[in-house]
Design a protein around this ligand. Structure first.
Ligand code: ATP
Ligand code: MG
Length: 678
């Protein structure tokens, strides 16, 4: 690890009062955090288990841990907490269970589960129909905003007069009630509940403030109100903490992040020391000039001037392609030839995009050219609806207490269980101290939910119990798994629910793929114990989790990810695709006039590159079965022209307006194509 520069060093040894490191991309903020952890352990002799470091993504947390492990021997870092805010919250809730409204084994609903729950609640209020789909998205956002701002349902209802907002406040109250009835939490609760407990319970607060001798937070600019409150409650008046951030990289305000939390720090902690860093250790100067030029178009709270001693570097390339297919092909071929020419490994390359859908054609091209790639944060195999559904059935087979799995499958396919019934079932299960599944076969069920629903639920409970028994008894469970899924009606449901034959085939193929993974896990298992359905499904669930965490075991692959997921990371060669209006900046941002956040996203993207940066755009983009003409991103206009190169444009005057150049180039292509056709 390199030597810290004097200012980084100052930040590292400042351990007494509160500290904010405010600095641009690649200036070594995360490095300060990791070095400081090592310093706290080795020089200040603070036991590792008394140090907590927090960040936003699993990937960033893993990377931070790995960086610390390189600095100090593993026995010294044992017990150190390096986690995401949400992981920390989860650990906290498990630890403080008796102070929460939760029972052991509470489940965590993911975004998909929450959406279903809200849909159910709206249907209960007779808000079905197309219009409610839109409403559901709005409601989810509104509820999440309230939660992240620490506004309780009653308080939410009080301040409103708009009928739609009042409706959301009403839904919020029902939603919370249902979560509690199901013994479940959503992601926001993982932060909000600990905050509530810490606020209200002095004993717990003292305990945690004592336990955490030092707190460090990376990417501080993305904290929301609840997260900031959590930080304040954990550090207390001793305020032993370091937070690092860059207001220009604040890209989560749409999810409630408050970059003004940076300014609030000074107010809440008057003894705050601020350290600024200006040397960038990541990128060439051309890349930095591009980043600085783009972000200069935003309003600034804190001015920063980045410089680097990495030399001028290669010009930034802007490549205009005929259409999105061509764009994907070009990136794939560029990477292929670049790698060959330079003898690089695949993992030095990253392709970044604004929205997940952009990855689709890219994936197809990479596969075709046999380029290994890994995708972070996309719709991975296990995140696909049909896989989650079938896995839901399998999860409940191996763990009858898995209430989240129960809720996932009870109405998939539809069994007419409304949310009112499920809430009653939840309350009943709570009274009996059992899981939702066990409550289905409980003698008091009908009294709790009524006869009709009782019959359906009992049938369902017995159905699952029967298959559980059979699957455990059988040495070759696979045919039974198939039979079970058919018998649930799920396969028929897929056939009815799919919009077209391709979609139906895709979904059925995915399920087949899941079946063959199960078979091959069974066949490959050496021990009989590993061949049981229980062992195999557990392994799959684990695989699922690993995949969600994007394990780094296969590191030598091209990185595909959204700009959001790329934050904090760095790659030698970066390709940003879809540099077009309505993609980057995003369509919604244009509508809501929130261009500055999109510009920060562009800034994040540009500053991921160490050696070379390539920006791509298409002239036309597929839209259904048609092609639509699109225009180059306004951010391309903001690039410093002297550092830009337009390959495939030999003889073109370098000083031309990039938009014009892009347009000219595309007109040429179109003319060529037209001539060919003619
Ligand atoms: P971002 O804003 O993108 O999160 P950052 O400020 O956290 O960036 P780091 O990721 O810590 O920056 O550092 C960027 C790169 O610079 C890393 O490769 C790191 O190893 C290197 N680096 C940091 N400090 C120094 C230093 N003093 N000397 C040499 N290299 C350094
Ligand atoms: Mg960082």
């Amino acid at each position: 690890m390199s030597q810290l520069n004097p200012r980084q060093h100052e930040a590292m040894i400042h351990t007494q009062g509160p500290l904010l490191v405010l600095a641009g991309a690649g200036s070594g903020k995360t490095s300060v955090i990791t070095q400081k952890i090592a310093h706290l352990i080795q020089a200040c002799h603070i036991p590792a288990e008394r140090i907590t470091a927090m960040t936003f993504t699993n990937k960033a947390a893993r990377e931070m841990k790995a960086r610390v492990q390189k600095l100090i021997p593993s026995e010294k870092s044992r017990g150190l907490t390096v986690s995401t805010f949400h992981q920390f919250g989860l650990q906290f809730l498990r630890f403080e269970l008796k102070n929460t409204p939760l029972k052991p084994n509470f489940s965590i609903l993911d975004a998909d589960d929450c959406k279903r729950l809200l849909m159910e609640l709206m249907m209960r209020d007779n808000m079905s129909g197309a219009e409610s789909r839109e409403l559901v998205a709005k409601a989810i956002k509104m509820i999440s905003d309230w939660k992240n701002d620490l506004v309780e349902p009653e308080a939410a209802a009080e301040t409103l007069d708009d009928p739609e907002d009042l409706l959301f406040a009403h839904l919020y109250a029902m939603y919370e009630r249902n979560l509690r009835a199901y013994n479940a939490v959503d992601f926001d609760d993982l932060i909000v509940m600990p905050v509530k407990i810490l606020r209200e319970n002095r004993e717990v607060r003292d305990k945690w403030q004592n336990r955490i001798r030092y707190l460090l937070v990376d990417e501080y600019q993305d904290t929301n109100t609840a997260q900031y409150e959590l930080i304040k409650l954990l550090v207390g008046v001793t305020a032993r903490f370091t937070v690092v951030g860059d207001d220009d990289q604040s890209i989560y305000t749409w999810r409630g992040a408050k970059p003004e939390n940076m300014a609030l720090l000074k107010q809440d902690f008057p003894t705050l020391t601020v350290v600024k860093l200006e040397q960038n250790y990541r990128s060439t100067n051309r890349i930095l000039s591009a980043a600085n030029a783009v972000i200069a178009n935003n309003q600034h709270i804190f001015d920063k001037a980045l410089w680097s001693d990495k030399g001028h570097g290669e010009p930034i390339r802007v490549i205009t392609c005929a259409n999105d297919f061509d764009e994907a092909e070009r990136v794939a071929k560029e990477i292929l030839t670049h790698r060959l020419r330079h003898g690089n490994t695949w993992d030095k390359y990253a392709v970044l995009y604004r929205s997940n859908f952009q990855a689709r054609s890219l994936e197809a091209q990479l596969r075709q050219l046999e380029i290994p790639y890994k995708m972070s944060g996309g719709t991975s195999f296990f995140a696909r609806t049909e896989i989650k559904d079938v896995m839901g059935y399998l999860r409940i087979i191996i763990n009858p207490d898995d209430d989240a799995a129960f809720l996932r499958v009870i109405n998939t396919p539809k069994r007419g269980m409304g949310s009112a019934t499920l809430e009653k079932l939840g309350l009943f299960a709570q009274e009996c101290g059992t899981s939702l599944l066990a409550a289905c076969t409980h003698s008091g069920l009908r009294a709790a939910v009524g006869n009709k629903a009782g019959n359906t639920l009992q049938d369902f409970g017995e159905f699952i119990d029967r298959y559980t028994q059979d699957l455990y008894d059988n040495s070759d469970p696979m045919p039974l798994v198939r039979q079970m899924i058919v018998e649930t009606g799920y396969i028929d449901y897929i056939k009815e629910d799919s919009k077209n034959p391709q979609q139906e085939k895709g979904r059925l193929d995915n399920i087949e793929m899941l079946y063959s993974s199960i078979s091959s896990l069974i066949n490959r298992a050496e021990d009989d114990d590993d061949k049981t359905i229980d062992a195999v499904i557990r392994k799959l669930v684990l695989l699922d989790m690993l995949e969600q965490q994007q394990e780094e075991e296969n590191t030598n692959k091209v990185n595909l990810m959204t700009l959001h997921a790329a934050k904090g990371l760095e790659f030698d060669y970066v390709y940003i695709i879809g540099c077009e209006e309505n993609i980057l900046p995003h369509h919604n941002a244009i509508l809501t006039d929130n261009i500055e956040e999109e510009r920060r996203l562009m800034y994040v993207g540009i500053t991921r590159a160490k050696v070379e940066l390539t920006l791509l755009l298409a002239k036309q983009r597929r839209s259904g079965s048609d092609y639509k003409t699109v225009s180059p991103s306004r951010f391309l206009d903001e690039l410093p022209i002297e550092h830009i190169n337009y390959p495939f444009h030999k003889g073109m005057a370098a000083q031309k307006d990039p938009k014009q150049v892009a347009n000219d180039y595309l007109s040429n292509i179109q003319a060529m194509l037209a001539a060919k056709k003619g």
